[in-house]
Design a protein around this ligand. Structure first.
Ligand SMILES: NC(=O)c1ccc[n+]([C@@H]2O[C@H](COP(=O)([O-])OP(=O)(O)OC[C@H]3O[C@@H](n4cnc5c(N)ncnc54)[C@H](O)[C@@H]3O)[C@@H](O)[C@H]2O)c1
Length: 284
């Protein structure tokens, strides 16, 4: 099936990047979030990221207005009645995601494909709130979606070949690289990543070295752009603990278990970049 119009749920860290990527690729996009202030902040972020894209010559300056014009916003899911694909990037709470898709199931045409950007929840379980498990799958983008190349395309036991292929091809038209993965916790990348992030946080908790030195040592040794503590701050402590917990719950592997420091930070609201403070202070 041909995808022309894409609906994005949530204009937070991931949703605004996904909307931008789709608009840059020429799709009409509508983004929904819960209130006008959040939408205004998300659109401001998209404008900032477009300026960066122009600086890095990914977008021509004359394309800027066209990309922005392709992105419409709304606070109502009722405006999703003509979308061909929904990509949901709401908070990582299974009941919330299920209720959003339940509503969308009654609003969207039967052919519309539903995708969740969940990092750690069961895709098929979220899909149980709909009557279209054959058109339900995962599209797992990485942070920030505008700069990262990979999208994991998650096929559940119930996803049809037709909808999987349509989603896979759409990712290619975003100029991203799709990789097929099964509906297991962490998919491919986060299953590996959790071990790295947990161990970095554990070392900081033990006082083996400061978060700054742990990150610096890793970057100097490997040439990688970020160390584990910086990565946790970028991903969000809430998201990182969710992923670790769900992997631990499924596999009961001790190394997936998040160190207490991460849960303490989450409860204290020290979520990283998005809250202004995590291992690092972003208030300036
Ligand atoms: N942050 C990452 O690095 C990352 C990477 C890959 C996948 N993910 C996944 O993407 C999803 C979103 O994560 P995020 O980091 O963008 O979160 P976020 O908190 O930055 O953004 C979530 C957005 O959803 C909005 N929202 C809340 N309730 C809503 C509702 N009922 N309807 C519509 N919008 C609602 C919020 O206002 C917010 O703007 C999660 O499932 C997360 O696991 C995150």
């Amino acid at each position: 099936m041909e995808i022309k119009k894409i609906g994005v749920i949530g204009i937070g860290s991931m949703g605004n990047g996904i909307a931008q990527v789709a608009a840059e690729a020429g799709f009409d996009v509508i983004v929904q979030d819960i209130n006008d202030e959040i939408i205004a902040a998300g659109m401001k972020n998209i404008q900032r990221m477009i300026r960066i894209a122009i600086r890095f010559k990914r977008i021509l300056p004359e394309e800027k207005d066209n990309v922005l014009a392709r992105i419409k916003t709304t606070t109502s899911l009722d405006d999703f009645s003509d979308v061909d694909l929904v990509i949901e990037a709401a908070p990582e709470i299974v009941e919330l995601k299920k209720s959003i898709f339940e509503k969308l199931d009654s609003v969207c045409p039967d052919e519309t494909i539903f995708a969740t950007n969940t990092s750690s929840l069961s895709v098929v379980e979220i899909g149980t709130s709909t009557n279209r498990q054959d058109r339900f799958l995962g599209l797992h983008f990485f942070n920030p979606p505008t700069e990262t190349q990979l999208v994991e395309v998650i096929r559940t036991l119930l996803t049809s070949d037709e909808s999987f292929d349509a989603a896979f091809e759409t990712v290619k038209s975003f100029k991203k690289t799709p990789i097929e993965a099964k509906d297991t916790p962490g998919f491919i990348v986060n299953r590996l990543m959790v071990l790295f992030l947990n161990e970095g946080a554990r070392m900081a908790e033990e006082g083996l070295a400061s978060p700054q030195d742990i990150d610096k040592a890793w970057k100097l040794a490997t040439g990688m752009p970020k160390g584990p503590c910086e990565m946790i701050d970028m991903i969000g402590v809430d998201v990182a603990t969710h992923v670790g917990d769900s992997l631990y719950n499924e596999f009961r592997e001790r190394l997936f278990h998040c160190p207490p420091i991460l849960h303490q930070m989450r409860r204290a609201g020290l979520l990283g970049k998005k809250s202004g403070k995590g291992f690092y202070n972003y208030s300036k």
